[in-house]
Write a protein that binds this ligand. Sequence first.
Ligand code: FES
Length: 268
Amino acid sequence: MPGIASNFMHDRIQEGSVIAAKPPNGKFVLDVQKSIPAVLISNGVGITPMISMAKACALLNPTRPIWFLHGARDGKFHAFRDEMREISRQNHNLNVHFRYSRPTPENRGKYHSVGYVDAALIQELVRQEAEYFLCGSPSFMQSIMQGLKESGVPDSRVFFESFGKPMKSQSDKQTAIATGDERFAEIVFAKSGKTLTWQPSDGTILEFAEANDINPPFSCRVGVCGTCMCKIREGVVAYQEEPTATTDKGLVLICISQPGTAKLVLDI
Ligand code: FES
């Protein structure tokens, strides 16, 4: 059944159950102590980290101006609406704006504007220097990032996290693939006792491992959660995109990487 984890939680976990969990990780972090205004922009379930950021700021640094901009199709697709309204009612520096693309008559009074959250709306609402935090679907974030760039916002002021798999063009794949002699690489999966020959059409190291009946742990498959992190004993990997999860020296994320040297020895 789809939703293995959520089905497990509903069927087997009750109040009082103890679950082993990893600590928070990643680079999508709001420094609540800063005074520069923060603009939290999301669509869909991208609202989830924004709620925590808005709550943390409202509690720990209530004088910091926050804009909370969220896009949803209509009220049925809008999580945390009443909770956010309540938090903003208690904090005058927290400005909330909900934009619905297809509001229904029952949604009247529950949203602020109609359309999609875009750079024009952001500019209209936020008329000062700020830091921008984005979480949403890849296409949503791409358009907002482009709009912010065109408005002159430096990249150093934009932080983002995607909850979907980024779309990769064929040329992206090709440039990430090792060239020349390294187009074929020997990967030693040390713990599994397998030595295999990888080539570009095999995809990421994680995909290659799975295709060969090696099943390392994974979750997001986009370099965010750190679940696929493993020790590298020899060689280097070539990342297809900048990892979001923090990796220590000697550790690599195999869900977004391919061999970067002719030989790779992994602790899998
Ligand atoms: S599976 Fe999440 S970082 Fe690789």
